[in-house]
Design a binder for this molecule. Structure first.
Ligand SMILES: Nc1ncnc2c1ncn2[C@@H]1O[C@H](COP(=O)(O)OP(=O)(O)OP(=O)(O)O)[C@@H](O)[C@H]1O
Ligand code: SF4
Ligand SMILES: [Mg+2]
Length: 329
């Protein structure tokens, strides 16, 4: 029998994702046939407490869909997400809303989810109002001031509107808004992708100091493997909706040909063009009509006839996970 006086240790993984799958159906043209594509296919991964887990891959590989599934902003077709051991699908809407305080989203464009007529103060108070937390005017002022200071914003800007702020300042508001409800887990979906490189470095520095100060756990999504290697403890590489490699540390040498190609890619310093990854040749296959074997085969220099026919499954090699018939040394 379990001794009621012994407090069980917190699980090492804050979040556990198990065989998560989500597809989307659309019509091919106005009167065309319905077609289905798998945006996230059979994804299993752990998010260890207190660490930064990076998810990297080209545009359309399913990163944001995975993020929305993890936070249960989107329901999966199958599979489960556990937060501190609790299956999110088992919760009532009211309990899920309570739990949402602990898991928050930071978007690439923070004001995409905030009314542009809101001042910073209003944007920071909104999550509290949604959760039914009522503060006096003085308490609200103190709370907004403390949050702004925490993210390096001058509290004197509290009455400013988004159009009066720089891109970096807006992202600091987005981070402060995510912290209002004192979460333990943040999903950061390309939080620096629209920022100049110098501002990007400042925001990454801020995220790192907040993580240490507040004991946060991050799921950090990016298409920039260089940035992910710099910032993350573990790296999950996705291709066409599936995990193809998990590097247990940022310095673990990549063995999957796709990860190696991503590492050799260069990234546009201009944020407007940054989504284009150069040096990665070949087209990503049509997600509505994926090839029968490895999805990367048409672009892969190591592809064999086996790769054309048989889809590789993700296998563990001493903590390093890999889905490839011919891993590179
Ligand atoms: N609501 C939706 N309805 C239909 N298709 C969708 C929907 N959301 C995403 N998709 C499709 O799912 C695939 C994965 O999209 P997702 O936004 O997750 O990719 P991503 O890796 O975040 O890309 P990016 O780097 O451009 O943000 C894409 O082909 C996209 O068109
Ligand atoms: S399975 Fe084959 S085609 Fe796919 S990445 Fe590995 S070597 Fe390349
Ligand atoms: Mg995305």
């Amino acid at each position: 029998m379990t001794d009621p006086c012994v407090i069980a240790p917190a699980p090492a993984n804050l979040v556990e994702i198990r065989a998560l799958t989500r597809s989307f159906t659309s019509r091919n043209g106005l009167f065309g046939q319905k077609r289905t594509m798998t945006a996230v296919g059979d994804v299993t991964l752990d998010v260890p407490r207190g660490q930064v887990t990076g998810v990297v891959g080209e545009s359309g590989c399913g990163k944001s869909t995975l993020a929305r599934l993890v936070l249960r902003l989107l329901a999966p077709n199958s599979g489960k997400v556990f937060f501190e051991g609790v299956d999110l699908a088992s919760l009532t809407p009211a309990t899920l809303r309570q739990l949402r305080r602990r898991m928050q989203f930071v978007f690439q464009d923070p004001y995409s989810s905030i009314d542009p007529r809101y001042t910073i103060r209003a944007a920071l108070m909104e999550p509290l109002l949604v959760q039914g937390v009522r503060l006096s005017a003085l308490e609200a002022q103190d709370k907004v001031g403390a949050l702004m200071a925490m993210v390096g914003l001058n509290p004197g800007l509290a009455a400013s509107y988004p159009h009066q702020l720089s891109g970096g300042q807006k992202q600091r508001v987005g981070i402060a808004r995510a912290l209002v409800l004192q979460p333990s887990f943040l999903v950061l979906d390309e939080p620096t992708a629209s920022l100049d490189v110098s501002i990007q470095a400042q925001i990454i520095g801020l995220l790192e100091s907040l993580r240490l100060e507040l004991g946060l756990t991050y799921l950090f999504i990016s298409h920039d493997l260089g940035l992910v290697r710099y910032f993350c403890d573990r790296i999950v590489v996705m291709y066409l909706g599936r995990v193809v490699e998990v590097l247990p540390t940022a310095s673990t040498p990549a063995r999957h040909p796709y990860t190696i190609a991503l590492m050799e890619s260069t990234f546009e310093p201009d944020p407007a063009k940054r989504r284009v990854i150069t040096r990665l040749s070949g087209e990503i296959p049509d997600a509505f009509n994926p090839p029968p074997g490895c999805a990367y085969a048409a672009r892969c220099p190591a592809a064999s006839s086996r790769c054309q026919q048989e889809r590789p499954v993700l296998e563990q090699l001493a903590g390093h996970e890999l889905a490839c018939h011919h891993p590179q040394i």
